[in-house]
Write a protein that binds this ligand. Structure first.
Ligand SMILES: Cc1cc2nc3c(=O)[nH]c(=O)nc-3n(C[C@H](O)[C@H](O)[C@H](O)COP(=O)(O)OP(=O)(O)OC[C@H]3O[C@@H](n4cnc5c(N)ncnc54)[C@H](O)[C@@H]3O)c2cc1C
Length: 435
């Protein structure tokens, strides 16, 4: 029996496809990479995943786990069997007293939180793509978002995982206990592994009670020089979210989203959550202290629509290069200046926005992908690494940032390759991604 026939036998005819039009859909993610897969399979159970991976291992055929395909780094694009896990989307258990949920990897993040509302619980990591991003994709990328400043990232909410290893063997790692000092932390190894070490088929996630109240305060700043002072004042109050958007973002939001603003060279938006009186008191401490307070519209909704809106700013395309850098928190104001300076000198305009509370800056560069742009990007990354930062805070490495891994990790990259070799000696799991 040929491999396609065997795959059909495992998942059923209806959950297998090698039709050109479907392969076209699966040939892309949210990056500019494109490659036609060998075929697509849509397993429904962990057992089906294990049988598929075992088959791929026997035949030495590459395999790529895929959630919603929202990653912007070419992580799910390649000549491989694409394992579409979006159909494995059951919430298996919600345990209110011990505050955890057991879920399959295809559960969409916002759907999980909608289901958790009835239990007054939530899963905090919140990528802007949360309406479509799956828990499997979030785990494999260690995703986070606006609230990472207070709540951390996906890795902080993993109690246990079920993983199909590249051999097809199934392991369970982690416990239901909140703390454990037993053995190597394999959960953390799989979190952020971008589908290169195995397929996560079940996750037990730590949950928190929904905060009683959220209070937002948003205001303009007149110059980048104010950012250090703003940062000090806001961080002392333990914000739940703390965002910066530059002058280009401000103009786009004023023009397209009706944000009423007299001027300014950027926007700061801060959220406090918790007990109502406390959240309100924290916000009150910031009111009237900096620039013009913004009161029109929902600044968080505006922040979520910012990326697509930036496409309307210029007749040049907003390119996602160096779009996810992270620096130590106190260096974020300097990093904004440096990024603008480096791209400016190379002749590119750049819009910068991001999480001022955790040092993670996003950006869109307006222009064409030229060698000058690549050189400027190299310069940004080398500044970030010298500053003790990261080439990616939350979006991942994929095929996009692979060439910077050596500069970022030095000899530790060799250890990562040895771990990959030990778990996946045939190199079938998402080859070409990350390492
Ligand atoms: C508009 C937009 C906004 C975004 N905003 C944010 C943001 O604010 N914060 C943030 O962190 N990210 C953000 N992202 C990036 C992306 O949405 C996240 O990384 C997301 O968690 C990916 O989920 P996904 O289901 O789309 O995964 P995919 O893109 O399908 O896959 C991502 C990675 O996970 C692996 N994978 C998927 N499922 C499994 C599994 N079950 N087992 C093993 N590996 C698996 C894949 O092989 C791949 O390497 C954004 C993307 C877009 C397009």
């Amino acid at each position: 029996m040929g491999m396609f026939e065997e795959l059909k036998e495992i998942v059923g005819e209806e959950n297998f496809s090698d039709r050109a039009e479907e392969l076209l859909v699966y040939s892309r993610d949210s990056s500019f990479f494109q490659e036609t897969p060998i075929c697509v399979v849509r397993p429904r159970t962990g057992d089906e995943v294990a049988r598929i991976v075992r088959l791929a291992s026997e035949k030495r055929v590459p395999i790529i786990p895929r959630g919603a395909g929202t990653n912007p780094c070419g992580e799910v694009v390649g000549r491989a069997i694409v394992l579409d896990l979006s159909g494995m989307n059951r919430i298996i258990e919600v345990n209110e007293r011990d505050m955890y949920a057991v879920v399959e990897p295809g559960v969409v993040r916002d759907e999980l939180n909608r289901a958790l509302e009835a239990h007054n619980l939530f899963f905090p990591p919140d990528p802007a793509s949360s309406r479509v991003a799956t828990i499997g994709g979030m785990l494999a990328n260690n995703s986070s978002g606006l609230h990472a400043v207070k709540y951390g990232t996906t890795q902080d909410y993993v109690l246990a995982l079920e993983v199909v290893l590249p051999s097809g063997e199934v392991i369970e790692t982690g416990t239901l206990a909140r703390k454990s000092s037993s053995g190597y932390n394999l959960c953390r190894l799989f979190v952020g592994s971008e589908g290169t070490l195995g397929v996560i088929t079940r996750a037990t996630l730590r949950l928190l009670p929904i905060p009683e109240h959220r209070e937002t305060v948003a205001f303009t700043i007149d110059s980048l020089d104010e950012l250090g002072g703003v940062q000090e004042a806001v961080m002392a109050l333990l914000p739940a979210a703390f965002e910066y958007m530059d002058e280009i973002c401000l103009r786009v939001l004023a023009e397209k989203e009706g944000l009423k603003v007299g001027g300014g060279s950027g926007i700061i938006a801060v959220e406090f959550d918790g007990v109502r009186g406390e959240a309100e008191a924290c916000a009150e401490r910031l009111r009237g202290r900096f620039g013009e307070e913004l009161s029109t519209g929902d600044i968080w909704e505006m922040r979520k629509t910012l990326v697509p809106l930036l496409a309307t700013y210029s007749d040049k395309s907003p390119l996602a290069v160096t779009e996810d850098i992270g620096v130590p928190v106190s260096k974020a104001p300097d990093a904004i200046r440096r990024v603008k300076g480096i791209y400016g000198e190379a002749g590119f305009e750049v819009a910068v926005y991001g999480h001022l509370g955790d040092g993670n800056l996003h950006m869109r560069v307006f222009g064409e992908p030229t060698p000058e742009l690549e050189q400027a990007a190299d310069e940004v990354y080398s500044y970030v690494i010298d500053a003790g930062g990261t080439i990616s805070s939350e979006h991942g490495i994929g095929r996009l940032r692979k060439k910077y891994m050596e500069a970022q990790h030095g000899p530790a990259l060799e250890l990562m390759k040895r771990i990959k070799q030990a778990l996946d000696p045939e190199g079938i799991m998402n080859p070409g991604c990350m390492l």
